[in-house]
Design a protein around this ligand. Structure first.
Ligand SMILES: NC(=O)c1ccc[n+]([C@@H]2O[C@H](COP(=O)([O-])OP(=O)(O)OC[C@H]3O[C@@H](n4cnc5c(N)ncnc54)[C@H](OP(=O)(O)O)[C@@H]3O)[C@@H](O)[C@H]2O)c1
Length: 254
């Protein structure tokens, strides 16, 4: 039997308090990893998650930072170095939310917000945590992109452009840090069922479901499963990829 065992790994998930992040930290802790729960404003959820994850007999640390700010991310690094552990694996998952509208009506500050949240988050996290991975000659960067980066639907100008920018950045990063045995990969979820849907009983979306080859939305657990795979040694020789977890709505070409 093959087991995924992350017992000697420390993993930082940004936006662990969000809809998808909370499931990622749950499954990574179940695989034995020490977890750094990063949050921005939802301390209550961070504390609840910590209590829950500790039941897996792993170490858990909560840290707050604004991922759009290099200073704040460097402060987070300093705090982890002093009080806990530096991560072997980072999952750049956080995203800031804004109101979607067409490009002509979208305020330029929303484009900047999304650029900071998607592109600069990955720059800031790389600057803070990759030097430690280089020193260890081993590490993994997993970033959460979206199927929207391929679909480029109306009203998604700020989000899609930022996520496409993030994709370019991460492909370059994969080449730059590959020689140090560091992998850089992306998971691109579709419109995913999470706690909000369970609360609102909105899991089934007939209009959207019929356009998905697998005829249903994926779940937060299915996205987390893909993160778990990329975090494991099973994915040691995979780098530079963009993996949709979207039931086939987008299919990157070869
Ligand atoms: N949900 C989906 O259907 C879906 C589909 C495709 C792609 N995605 C991608 O999946 C990832 C997670 O999405 P989600 O739906 O789970 O989002 P979410 O529920 O809105 O959670 C966002 C997370 O990001 C954190 N955050 C927001 N602004 C921040 C900032 N300035 N600095 C630091 N942290 C910040 C939030 O922290 P606090 O809560 O503590 O404030 C929260 O933990 C994103 O990259 C998103 O683009 C999601």
């Amino acid at each position: 039997m093959i087991n995924i065992n992350l017992e000697n790994k420390t993993i930082l998930v940004t936006g662990a308090t969000g809809q998808l992040g909370r499931e990622m930290v749950r499954i990574l802790a179940k695989a034995g990893a020490n977890i750094i729960i990063h949050y921005h404003s939802n301390e209550k959820m961070a504390l609840l998650l910590k209590e829950e994850l500790l039941k897996n007999n792993v170490k858990v640390y909560i840290v707050k930072a604004d991922i759009k700010s290099l200073d704040s991310v460097m402060e987070m690094k300093k705090e982890l170095e002093t009080n806990f552990l530096l991560p072997d694996i980072i999952v750049n998952n956080a995203v800031s939310q804004y109101h979607w509208t067409n490009i002509l009506n979208q305020d330029n500050k929303d484009f900047i917000d999304q650029f900071e949240s998607c592109v600069l988050q990955n720059v800031n996290m790389a600057k803070a945590f990759i030097p430690h991975m280089i020193a260890n000659k081993c590490g993994k960067v997993i970033a959460i992109n979206t199927e929207c980066a391929m679909q480029c639907f109306e009203n998604q100008g700020a989000y899609a452009s930022a996520k496409r920018g993030m994709d370019g950045l991460l492909r370059v990063l994969a080449k730059e840090v590959g020689p140090y045995n560091i992998t850089v990969n992306q998971i691109a979820p579709g419109w995913t069922i999470s706690d909000n849907d369970r609360l609102n009983h909105s899991e089934v979306q007939p209009e959207s479901d019929k356009k998905i080859p697998l005829r249903r939305r994926g779940t937060d657990i299915e996205v987390a499963n893909a993160v778990l795979f990329l975090a494991s040694s099973l994915a040691d020789y995979i780098t530079g990829v963009y993996i949709p977890v979207s039931g086939g709505t987008v299919m990157p070409t070869i």
